[in-house]
Design a protein. Structure first.
Length: 393
């Protein structure tokens, strides 16, 4: 019943959580960097500031988030045990643990009794019992190769439209049960890739699709139905049919964005054949809402939790998750491309595949894979045309 996958990603995730202190390290870069980014935004006239204004929706959203916590009840075949299922761990302890960046059993299973005791405000012997229970529930250890292979078989790959870019990402494009992040400057092509993926998800398996629907969470108001139609027609598809299979939601603030993840879970449980979730952009609201000095740790914690839930959703429902992220100037970097992704290590650790996109020569785009656990840090070229993302102009 309990999920017992202990793959690289999970371990990586746990490591990143163990390092909640790292946030401090990010702080300097992020805070100094933010000033540059704000200037950039003004120049581009994109300072919509919608994060703060639609407060009403936010309140509603926040309330429903609370209710949404129960959404997991419905997942009967695939019950995911939670912190509150541990003996001696009540709501107050859960709150403390989450504040310390520990959101799941794995986080507890790798702790020491003293560490857990301190973090959750409980006695050491109670903490020891909770850790033992977490380890048992997790069934920490091994699954046989066959079991592992069966799990891998469930994974779909969805083509980006470019063989080069698919190759960069391991051969067949964006993968389900994984988060693929694209970061880059304004106009680099992150949204265009998202729109292309929303179309490609619907293609037959033999054409690199997943014969499924896509969810598009639009935080910046840049989803363009006409552009989707153009891409669909460029591939010889029925434009309205394609548009109908993309479920679009405009997220008005970060709480709303978080709430929408629960909604996606509900849609899947109601039988919607969703295979792809696009979040464009992952970080914009978070950055706008937590812009003050001293708010960085809060922002990173909220983002961390959100990413964690995204990954959980991707694994539970076998979804590909594509997120876009902005860049800011990194003053610490004197040579080379002076940009770095918003959200720092938190987003970096949570993304299974992370690529940096920029404009190249002659209208091309350059994608560079960064810090992938199982692929080399290569680069490739692709193009954006009326057909969306392609190999050649
Ligand atoms: P980002 O989301 O990274 O800010 P976009 O994905 O919106 O950037 O990329 C916008 C760019 O995509 C445009 O500047 C243009 O170069 C290219 N683009 C958009 N639509 C088309 C099209 N129909 N044909 C060719 N290129 C396009
Ligand atoms: Mg965009």
């Amino acid at each position: 019943m309990v999920e017992k996958k202990v793959d690289k990603r999970k371990v990586k995730e746990v490591k990143s959580k163990a390092k909640t202190k790292k946030v401090k390290e990010d702080k300097e870069v992020v805070e100094t960097g933010d000033e540059d980014v704000k200037e950039e935004e003004v120049i581009e006239g994109r300072d919509e500031g919608d994060g703060g204004d639609e407060g009403d929706e936010g309140v509603e959203g926040a309330e429903s988030v609370e209710e949404g916590d129960g959404a997991e009840e419905g997942a009967e075949e695939d019950v995911v045990m939670q912190l509150s299922d541990l003996p001696g761990v009540g709501p107050a302890a859960v709150e403390k643990l989450e504040a310390a960046g520990i959101f799941d059993l794995m986080g507890v299973a790798v702790m020491s009794p003293k560490g857990l005791g301190d973090a959750a405000g409980m006695g050491e012997s109670a903490a020891r019992k909770a850790i033992q229970a977490a380890r048992q529930m997790m069934d920490l250890g091994f699954q046989d190769g066959l079991e592992f292979a069966e799990k891998r078989k469930e994974i779909f790959n969805i083509t980006t439209g470019s063989k080069e870019l698919d190759g960069l990402l391991g051969g067949k494009g964006i993968e389900t049960k994984a988060i693929t992040e694209a970061f880059g400057a304004y106009g680099s092509g992150k949204t265009q890739l998202g729109l292309s993926l929303a179309v490609n998800t619907q293609l037959p398996l033999e054409q690199g699709g997943a014969e499924g629907k896509a969810v598009y969470i639009d935080t910046e108001g840049t989803f363009r139905p006409d552009r989707v139609k153009e891409i669909a027609e460029g591939k010889g598809l029925n434009a309205d049919g394609v548009l109908k299979n993309i479920l679009v939601a405009r997220a008005f603030n970060s709480d709303h964005q978080i709430l929408l993840i629960d909604k996606v879970g509900e849609l899947v449980k109601n039988g919607e054949p969703i295979r792809m979730v696009i979040i464009d952009s992952l970080t914009a609201h978070f950055r706008a809402e937590f812009s003050g000095r001293g708010q960085l740790a809060d922002r990173q914690q909220k983002l961390n939790r959100y990413l964690h839930n995204l990954m959980k959703m991707g694994e539970q429902f076998n979804l590909a998750i594509y997120v876009t992220n902005q860049v800011m100037a990194n003053p610490a970097m004197m040579f080379g491309d002076p940009t770095t992704a918003i959200g720092g290590n938190i987003v970096g650790h949570a993304s299974t595949y992370r690529m940096y996109i920029r404009r190249g020569k002659k209208g091309s785009r350059v994608a560079k894979l960064i810090d992938s656990p199982n692929l080399p840090d290569n680069e490739c070229l692709f193009f954006i045309t009326e057909k969306g993302v392609v190999d050649e102009e």
